[in-house]
Design a protein around this ligand. Structure first.
Ligand code: G3P
Ligand code: CA
Length: 251
């Protein structure tokens, strides 16, 4: 079964990386949610894509320079545009979540694709996942574009699946080779880099016991092609379209 992974939650329908986006992603039928992690000045794990609050909130602050209380005082619904030139999530109390908040909320059976943006988050991520339902169920993958981050996770928790994200244009076989040599469970390229026909690359990775996920897939035909080729999963902004393309989640 190819996993539908809600990219930053249902990020086409609600402000990215908020509890509302995660809730809507699950409601739309995603098998897992994807989120991004930075570290606040007081060492907490902030669920946010950028190193600053500037693009997504009403504040201009660097995450690493602000305590979590200050980050959570920002309106995380501020910048999300509505269909009529409005901002329907402003003032509705959306905040930048912490990783423990998301992990505590995550419904049973829903997976987590956790991207470490700041390598110094690795120790805290492993600690936050320890004993959690999602980890016990084997439904977490920790991934990063930064090799050091997933190397540290493997050092701390060799049984926690990890994956290497490849930047657009990176050579798939290079990433696959590095991931396999270092014991990572997955390689996660930009979807275009899997090729017009993704099957040969996916078969190659499968032969090495490595899963292939990719980002960001919003076209139903490409979703079906990836599923037919045996992709482990793909990240999407439109989980409801993915569900319609792939069929309902198995019971
Ligand atoms: O799942 C990987 C994908 O999220 C990487 O890109 O920029 O959305 O974090 P980005
Ligand atoms: Ca991400």
């Amino acid at each position: 079964m190819t996993l539908v992974v809600a990219h930053r939650g249902a990020s086409a329908r609600a402000p990215e990386n908020t509890m509302e986006a995660f809730r809507l992603g699950v409601e739309a039928g995603a098998d897992a949610i994807e989120l991004d992690i930075h570290v606040s000045a007081d060492g907490q794990l902030a669920v946010i894509h950028d190193p600053t609050l500037d693009r997504t909130t009403d504040r201009t602050t660097t995450v690493a320079d602000a305590p979590m209380a200050e980050i959570q005082a920002a309106d995380a619904g501020w910048a999300f545009p509505g269909p009529n030139g409005d901002y329907p999530y402003r003032g509705r109390g959306l905040t930048v979540p912490t990783l423990p908040e998301v992990v505590d909320w995550l419904p049973a059976g829903i997976g987590l694709a956790l991207e470490i943006k700041a390598p110094e988050a690795a120790d805290g991520v492993v600690a936050a996942l320890a004993g959690s339902g999602v980890r016990t169920a084997g439904l977490v993958t920790v991934m990063s574009f930064q090799e050091a981050a997933i190397q540290r996770v493997r050092e701390l928790a060799p049984d926690l699946p990890t994956g290497l994200l490849l930047v657009p244009g990176d050579i798939f076989e290079r990433g696959l080779t590095w991931a396999v040599e270092h014991g990572h469970a997955a390689v996660l390229p930009f979807e275009v880099d899997l090729g017009y026909d993704p099957a040969p690359n996916i078969q190659l990775a499968t032969a090495y016991g490595c899963r292939v996920g990719c980002y960001v897939v919003n076209e139903p035909e490409r979703m079906q092609q990836l599923a037919a080729a045996g992709a482990w999963g793909f990240v999407t902004d439109v989980s409801e379209l993915a569900r319609a393309a792939l069929g309902p989640r198995p019971e």
